[in-house]
Each structure stands twice: as structure tokens, then as C-alpha cells.
Design a protein. Structure first.
Length: 114
């Protein structure tokens, strides 16, 4: 937590880089499941400050999500939503294993284009 100039306590943003490998040839199916469950949930979540869902240009079974949350508490809350649980249930059999998750502390972010 940090303190803002008015003296109130705020939580710092947290970024996650999540990388998945799908079963061979299943990346398009995983992306379809993500679009159906996660895209609307992320779009509606005010605690997502930024989110990029990415396909690897060099690995036909690789994909990543770069996520910036308002706080670690917000990230934990999002993973407890019904949409996240539905996504997890449907996508699990299409993945080659558990994702690699890297937690990062943002220190500077370019604002979105106007």
C-alpha cells in the first residue's frame, strides 16, 4: 500500500503476465472460449486498468495475457467471479498444463490514446 498526497492509504496497481501453452492445434479453441467468457468480463471490470490478450507469432500453441489491475485485491476478486470459473472449467481440457504467471509492479504506463 502507498499513501497519496491527501494522506489516504491506497493499494498499488499490480500487473500479471500469464502465458499458456495449449494442446497442439487447440489455440483457436482456447481463444474462442476466452472471447466468450473473459472479454465481456474484463470489459465490464473497472479494476482492470489495462488488458491485452495476445497470440504468439512464433509458437502456434502459445498465448499470453498482460493484465494490469487496480490492486492485488482486485486481481484476487476477479479470479473469484462466475465468469472466471466458467472460463477455467471450459478451457482446462484444452491446455497443455498450468500457466506461467509473472507478477510485476508497474512503475510507469502510457495512457491510452484519446
Amino acid at each position: 500500500m502507498s499513501q497519496d498526497t491527501a494522506g489516504s492509504t491506497t493499494e498499488a496497481p499490480v500487473a500479471l503476465l500469464v502465458t499458456h501453452r495449449t494442446l497442439p492445434g487447440r489455440r483457436d479453441a482456447v481463444a474462442e472460449v476466452w472471447m466468450r467468457h473473459m472479454a465481456p468480463a474484463v470489459q465490464a471490470n473497472e479494476d482492470h486498468l489495462a488488458y491485452s490478450y495476445c497470440l504468439s507469432p512464433t509458437d502456434p500453441d502459445g498465448l499470453s495475457a498482460f493484465q494490469v489491475y487496480r490492486s492485488a485485491r482486485a486481481a484476487e476478486a476477479f479470479t473469484a467471479t462466475d465468469a472466471y470459473a466458467a472460463y477455467e472449467r471450459e478451457v482446462r481440457p484444452l491446455l497443455a498444463g498450468s500457466p506461467t504467471v509473472v507478477c510485476l509492479q508497474p512503475v510507469w504506463t502510457k495512457p491510452p490514446a484519446a
